[in-house]
Design a protein around this ligand. Structure first.
Ligand SMILES: C[S@@+](CC[C@H](N)C(=O)[O-])C[C@H]1O[C@@H](n2cnc3c(N)ncnc32)[C@H](O)[C@@H]1O
Length: 229
């Protein structure tokens, strides 16, 4: 992490990267024809979001796996409510890169396949605009592995990272390993689906926690660790 790094500088570095790669966009001008607001998601009302935003006031929050934006919008609501001048950066392929999102018919329908290719990014933007978070949310449309490399190359440092992309053990382990170095000392790493229904998530989190001697916290379904100062 660069010396003398302040929260404001962390946010400025992220915005500079987005400018540089052409992704600091005016969401009001993006194409969302045919999409109505639809905030379906998973566990976005969990108290863990309130806990993280209220107590740590993160300026740079990175979310891995955003889908239609429900959890990112929840965090942006809290950013607004706690008057944090923060940004929630949403990393997603918007391709439904989880087998269950393709195998389960109801989920597959939400991918809105058009000529055999998912078309749900407009839904995410529609929801962001509908909830008025155009200045609090930004997107990075790529795999989490690619995003980790790109953010590191630009020296971006996160105050908090929320992990909810791939749910296989290897995917969760790779996301944790890829984003831990991007987290500031004292930063928060947390994620979804620490449940018996997602044994890969549980194994990956448990292994990381044991290897790094961390204290595992969380709620009924979410996990959380704090990076040592
Ligand atoms: C469970 S959904 C996210 C749900 C969202 N956090 C919410 O609460 O509504 C998982 C998302 O992760 C994305 N995803 C899965 N693997 C990914 C990867 N390796 N890189 C980027 N996005 C990925 C999928 O496209 C999908 O939109």
């Amino acid at each position: 992490m660069p010396e003398q790094d302040t929260p404001t500088e962390r946010k400025a570095r992220l915005l500079a990267m987005l400018d540089d790669i052409g992704l600091n966009l005016d969401y009001d001008r993006l194409q969302t024809t045919g999409f109505e607001p639809d905030l379906q998601g998973w566990g976005d009302q969990d108290p863990i979001f309130d806990y993280v935003l209220r107590h740590f006031h993160p300026l740079v929050v990175i979310e891995l796996g955003s889908w239609k934006g429900a959890s990112a919008i929840r965090m942006a609501d809290l950013v607004r409510d706690f008057s944090i001048p923060g940004i929630v950066l949403c990393v997603d392929t918007w391709l439904g890169s989880n087998e269950s999102l393709w195998r389960v018919a109801e989920n597959r329908k939400m991918l809105r396949l058009r000529d055999g290719y998912p078309d749900m990014f407009g839904q995410f933007i529609r929801n962001v605009v509908h909830t008025g978070h155009q200045t609090r949310i930004r997107h990075l449309p790529m795999t989490s592995g690619c995003a980790a490399g790109l953010l590191a190359a630009y020296g971006v440092v996160a105050d908090a990272v929320y992990v909810d992309a791939g749910h296989d053990e290897a995917e969760v382990a790779a996301d944790i390993a890829g984003f831990w170095p991007l987290l500031k000392p004292g930063g928060i790493l947390f994620g979804d689906d620490y449940t018996t229904g997602w044994p890969g998530t549980v194994r990956a989190v448990n292994r990381f926690v044991a290897e790094h001697g961390l204290k595992l916290m969380g709620t009924e379904v979410k996990w959380l660790v704090r990076k040592p100062e």
